[in-house]
Every structure is written in structure tokens, then in C-alpha cells.
Design a binder for this molecule. Structure first.
Ligand SMILES: [Zn+2]
Length: 314
């Protein structure tokens, strides 16, 4: 067990290094977009910049989760997760607010000048280099997932793949708007890019809501754990129930057992160790196992009654 948890924390550490690289790529992408936006402002580029900002927040959340996870195997510091979730939610709302403020400003100037905001090809520098960075992030993340098998890496690599499409759409949008000079085309591509932003935002909020509500129940994993635990138990203990909750990419498992009231504390302690080991063996993403006991009252009553009877017979 010690070896296994060590190898998991090693994998988590490696995965968090990969995420650190991915955060760095995001920051570079965001800076390039920002720099180009200052020189050649455009509604499409603004929306793409907004997307980069939300994605950077998302990656920082992933990185923080992995760093916390790799440092503390047994006790998951929920208070840190709660603070982190509220911070990311607040920063996403702030980013959203800034975006809509600038967006409204653009729409207003658009109605006054009646011309498109994307008038030159310069924004392509940002969208194309953004696309290259995204492809790079995808290849790093998917290779790391095949190596370390950490769920968050897979989630983020899929996101990078989706974002490659977003970069293509942004570039296509810039070209088409400059060629046609049509505000309708510009608004259409802005809308499409907004969908990608909402895709990212939903991911941020989904993570946070799960952390606040105590996770999502996983019935399939619970039944798999129940089968394994049942095969481990002797006749003095029986399984009452198993609950597996998913938090981010990790699971917290509750096992409830019914035990003979005459069981000694030492036996309970050994039973608990055995059950925890069995449960941790089911999946490496299981983070914490709680074992609760209930005495088997029926048996005690029966025994007490038998005891009384034998006394009476004597
Ligand atoms: Zn994205």
C-alpha cells in the first residue's frame, strides 16, 4: 500500500509539472493576444482573449488541485478547495464582467460607425500563434496522460483539442471579416467564439459546484467496491453500504459495516485496515476511505435470550 500511494503521489507530482508547463503556455498565449489586441483591436480578438483568460484560470485551478493532492494523500484539505473554488468563481465572473463591458462598448461604437472592428489581418498573428500553442499543449497533455494516467490530464487535453478548433475559427473569422467587411459575419464569429468561452466556464463552474455540494455519487464504482469488500469480510462482519463520491478527479469512499458487538477494538482496527487497503486497491483515484461500524443487535439479543434460557434451565 505504501508503495502504491507513493507511486500515485509521484505521478501526481509529475502531472502537476505538466500542468505548470500548460499554465505557462496559456500565459504566453494570453500575453501575445493582449499585445496584438493593443495594436489592432478587434471584436473577434477580444472574444478570443477572453477565452484565453478563462482557460488560464481553469488551468491554475487544475494545477492547484494536483499540487494539493500530491502533497496530502490522506486528508484532503476541503477548506483550501472551498477558498480556491470561490476565488476561481469570482475571477471568472470578474473576467465575464470586463468582457461584457468592453463588448457593449464595441457594440455601441459599431452602431455609430457601422463598420467592422476587424479591419486588418494583424489579429491573425495572435490567433495563429495561439493555435500553435494550443496544439503544443495538446501534445504535451495527451502524452503525459498516457504516461501518468491522471484523469485531469485527459480532461485538459480534450479541452486543448477543442480549443484548437476555436483558434481555427478565430483565424477564419478574421480573414472572412476583413474580406467581406460585413458586421453580420463579425458578429457571427464572435458568437461562435463565445460558445467556446462558455464551454470553458461550464468546466470551471462544474468543478466548483461539485466541491461545494460534496461531490457526485458514483454508483458503478460503489458497487465494484462493495463486491471487493464483501469478499474480504468473514462471518463476524457484513457490509451495510458503500458510497463513492467524485470530487474533481478523485474519490472519497464511505464504507458502513455491521459487526458482532463482541468484536474487540484490536479486531476492529485490523478489519478497518484490511477494508481500507481493499478499497484503495479498487482505483488509484480513491483519495480517502471512511469506515463506519454498527453493532449487529439482533445477534446480541438472540444470544442474551439464549443465555437467559440456559440459566433458567439450570
Ligand atoms: Zn477553452
Amino acid at each position: 500500500m505504501a508503495v502504491k500511494s507513493e507511486s500515485l503521489s509521484w505521478r501526481l507530482q509529475r502531472a502537476s509539472r505538466v500542468f505548470a508547463a500548460s499554465v505557462l503556455l496559456s500565459l504566453i498565449g494570453m500575453s501575445v493576444e493582449l499585445a496584438v489586441f493593443v495594436v489592432a483591436s478587434s471584436l473577434i480578438l477580444l472574444t478570443d482573449l477572453f477565452h484565453w483568460a478563462v482557460d488560464t484560470v481553469l488551468e491554475v485551478v487544475f494545477l492547484a488541485t494536483l499540487v494539493v493532492a500530491s502533497k496530502t494523500r490522506r486528508r484532503f484539505p476541503w477548506s483550501i478547495i472551498a477558498v480556491e473554488s470561490s476565488l476561481t468563481t469570482l475571477s471568472c465572473i470578474a473576467i465575464l464582467g470586463v468582457y461584457f463591458y468592453v463588448f457593449a462598448d464595441y457594440l455601441f461604437s459599431l452602431s455609430e460607425s457601422a463598420s467592422v472592428t476587424t479591419q486588418e489581418y494583424t489579429p491573425l498573428v495572435a490567433t495563429v500563434s495561439g493555435g500553435v500553442l494550443t496544439v503544443l499543449a495538446y501534445s504535451i497533455l495527451s502524452r503525459a496522460y498516457r504516461k501518468y494516467r491522471i484523469e485531469l490530464l485527459r480532461v485538459d487535453s480534450i479541452h486543448a483539442l477543442v480549443d484548437t478548433v476555436a483558434a481555427l475559427m478565430a483565424s477564419l473569422g478574421v480573414v472572412l471579416v476583413v474580406r467581406t467587411g460585413s458586421t453580420a459575419v463579425e458578429l457571427f464569429f464572435t458568437f461562435i467564439l463565445m460558445l467556446f468561452v462558455f464551454h470553458s466556464m461550464i468546466e470551471v463552474f462544474k468543478n466548483n459546484i461539485k466541491a461545494f455540494t460534496g461531490g457526485q455519487l458514483d454508483a458503478e464504482l460503489a458497487s465494484r467496491i462493495a463486491q471487493r469488500v464483501k469478499s474480504e469480510l468473514d462471518k463476524n462482519a457484513s457490509l451495510l453500504g458503500v458510497e463513492a463520491r467524485k470530487l474533481g478527479s478523485f474519490y472519497v469512499v464511505n464504507v458502513e459495516l455491521e459487526v458482532d458487538p463482541d468484536t474487540t477494538v484490536l479486531e476492529l482496527h485490523r478489519l478497518r485496515e484490511r477494508v481500507v487497503k481493499t478499497v484503495l486497491g479498487v482505483s488509484e483515484l480513491i483519495y480517502h476511505v471512511d469506515v463506519k461500524y454498527k453493532p449487529k443487535y439482533k445477534r446480541r439479543v438472540r444470544r442474551a435470550r439464549r443465555g437467559l434460557n440456559s440459566k433458567r434451565n439450570r
